[in-house]
Design a protein around this ligand. Sequence first.
Ligand code: ZN
Length: 136
Amino acid sequence: MEAIIKPVPRVTPELAPFFAAARRRELVVQRCAGCDLLRFPPRELCSRCWSRDAAWTPVCGRGEVFSFYWMHQVYHPGFAGEVPYAVAVVQLEEGPHVLSNVVGCTHAQLRVGMPVEVTFEDVSDTVTLPKFRPAG
Ligand code: ZN
């Protein structure tokens, strides 16, 4: 039987710098050139000063779980072997929120406020996803 392949995120021009950084094991977010506000996901306009100028900047990769849920439903057969898995909004130490997965922890361990750190998973020959695991 042929293995079912999980869908891989489409690398859009807007997200290309983010995925290039992830490939080299670095987590980056956008920094507004007008007011230094850090933001993720990337946006064309700063929500604080309306500047259109921004650059990608590395962050430390640490944060805490802001919210989460456990995915039990199999919406794509490629994920059948992975349910249940944790989907979480992580608040980075620098402020921005990132939607990702928390790996390496159980139902009992995962909680709001839990310290996490980034880890990287190569999901294809070209795409690497930042995920999070319990810190320390
Ligand atoms: Zn700004």
